[in-house]
Design a protein around this ligand. Sequence first.
Ligand SMILES: [Zn+2]
Length: 288
Amino acid sequence: MNSDDSFIDFTSPPFDNPDADLYVRSTPSRTDFFVFKSILAFSSSDFWKNMFQMSNNDDTTGETKNGYPVIPLEESKEVLELLFRFAYPPSSAPKPSLDTLTLGVQVLEASIKYSMQGAEIVIREELFRKFLESEPLRLFALACHHGLETEMKIAAKQTLRLPVVGHEYVEELEHISAGVYHRLQEYHLMCGKLASDVSKIGGYGNFHWIQRPDYVWFTCTKCYRSNHVSIKGDQQVRYTPWWGDAIRSASVVLKDKPSGATLRDPAFMNEFLEKGAECSFCRGKVAI
Ligand SMILES: [Zn+2]
């Protein structure tokens, strides 16, 4: 059976190679990709090999185009293009880019659906490399949904940069149970308490995690220093008022967002650096 002419060939490299031998069709986008059977077979443990076998055994009804078999799929052309680019050898085409997490998730799910393990690993790494900082909750839910334990832990850690309550709704949450979400919040609360305690002046924590006594906020000879903390080796060091204010504020904000990113945020840090810069001695050591 010859193919319907209204399906358009996707002609960008590497899908313009005349030596290819199979059309894979994006039915919703009415677009055909001219690809190599061997590359698809190599990329998958069994899905594509079984598919070729079925199309060979189905000579009477199987659709063809220019004499080559056509395999129709339900994914969009954007998803199939990225999926095949990730499956093709890197030397055959420029490295593909996942512009949005939504599209990236669709490509990842297609790689899982079609058992393309090599592409799946590369897509997963690319998703985490690109979106871990900006979309940790979505990646956490995605990793849970697909049983990816290592990625789940990495993403859970990154969610600590978000407030403990009031997470914005993301559709991937539909894929995890209320129990999993509850445990994520418990983890967040526990990390928040620990981070807050270790930076609490005069509280449960101490400052033994500070390795050296030669920071400017301990050594300034201009700032008035009366209060002290105990650092590594039980050394008692006096500290400047601006550092005391910063560390007390850190203890408060870390309870809600126990992440280094919280403290590196200029919206938090600049206020205290500006105070430090008011001192002629500290000014040379603090950077705004
Ligand atoms: Zn000073």
